[in-house]
Write a protein that binds this ligand. Structure first.
Ligand SMILES: [Zn+2]
Length: 56
């Protein structure tokens, strides 16, 4: 799991937060849960589909 820093105050951002808990500035898109979780699960689903295709 990656941990990002706020670019405004260098505060450790909690994963999934949309705003910094210290300075309340918006966090990088990468820190937002939807983005990489979606990418991760999409990749995972594709992997499973490929595996199933190969098995059947
Ligand atoms: Zn901050």
């Amino acid at each position: 799991m990656r941990i990002y820093h706020c670019k405004y105050c260098s505060h450790h951002l909690r994963f999934g937060r949309k705003i910094c808990s210290r300075c309340y500035q918006p966090t990088p898109l990468r820190n937002r849960f939807g983005n990489w979780a979606l990418a991760f699960f999409t990749g995972f689903a594709v992997l499973i589909l490929v595996a199933l295709t190969l098995l059947v």
